[in-house]
Write a protein that binds this ligand. Structure first.
Ligand code: SF4
Length: 233
């Protein structure tokens, strides 16, 4: 097996950590993990993380998250089945935590989805504070974009996406949980960097695949095989 000096779980053949196939009540034997396993390369980090889980609030949050995960499945005579879509999973998790005020940071391109999600959440008793990515109406030139880099053309006014403002407003509104819906790659990164309240993601933007970016992976051995081509040196 190729020796790696950094973790590459994606290349693991046996997933000792998950113990899915072992059908045992014993804790997995880490020695059976590959040499690039983070359990071997970063045992200290794993140990350190346990101290974090020992903090009362973190432990409770993690416990409720795992209960929520558990409740997304059901045992049937035909085996394990899934039963809860992510929208429901999100609102159930918010209910478990006793959250009342939710924040919704959405992309203007998903305004319809934001309206529907807010309606669903409000009908379940939550208060929804929502902020569109264009809040601020700041021209793109403010962050250095050139006229030819504007989507609608060089002469058109275009507001920049403003994820730092979205995060700042949700922080200031003291929402219990921020929900990110469809922000662009990079804009989502900034939102996550500046968001100071607990946050989760309900959807990510994919302009081609109906906001299901994994479709590109499923088609990467056929119509989107260009994705698998090696980058030129
Ligand atoms: S943690 Fe170790 S055993 Fe688990 S997937 Fe990663 S490399 Fe494999």
């Amino acid at each position: 097996m190729e020796q790696r000096s950094y973790p590459t779980c994606d290349k693991c053949g046996n997933r000792v950590c998950a113990a899915f196939n072992m059908k045992t009540e014993e804790k997995p034997n880490i020695e059976e993990a590959p040499p690039f396993c983070p359990m071997k390369l970063h045992a200290d980090v794993i140990e350190g993380a346990l101290y974090e889980y020992d903090k009362e609030d973190i432990r409770e949050f993690a416990r409720l998250a795992s209960i929520q995960e558990f409740e997304c499945y059901e045992q049937t005579p035909n085996g394990l089945r899934t039963k809860i879509p992510r929208v429901e999973e999100t609102l159930q998790f918010a209910q478990k935590n006793g959250y009342r005020r939710l924040g919704l940071a959405f992309c203007v391109g998903l305004a319809n989805e934001a309206r529907t999600l807010a309606l669903i959440l409000e009908r379940k008793g939550f208060e929804v504070v929502s902020v569109c990515c264009k809040a601020g109406a700041i021209p793109k030139e403010r962050i250095g974009l050139k006229p030819e880099e504007k989507i609608m053309g060089p002469k058109m006014y275009e507001s920049m996406c403003n994820p730092i403002t979205q995060a700042g407003i949700l922080n200031e509104e003291k929402v219990d949980l921020a929900i990110l819906l469809g922000l662009c790659v990079g804009h989502d990164t900034l939102f996550i960097k500046y968001c100071q309240v607990p946050m989760t993601v309900i959807g990510v933007k994919d302009r081609v695949f109906g906001h299901n970016p994994l479709a590109a992976l499923y088609l990467s051995t056929s119509y989107y095989s260009r994705l698998r081509a090696r980058a030129k040196e």
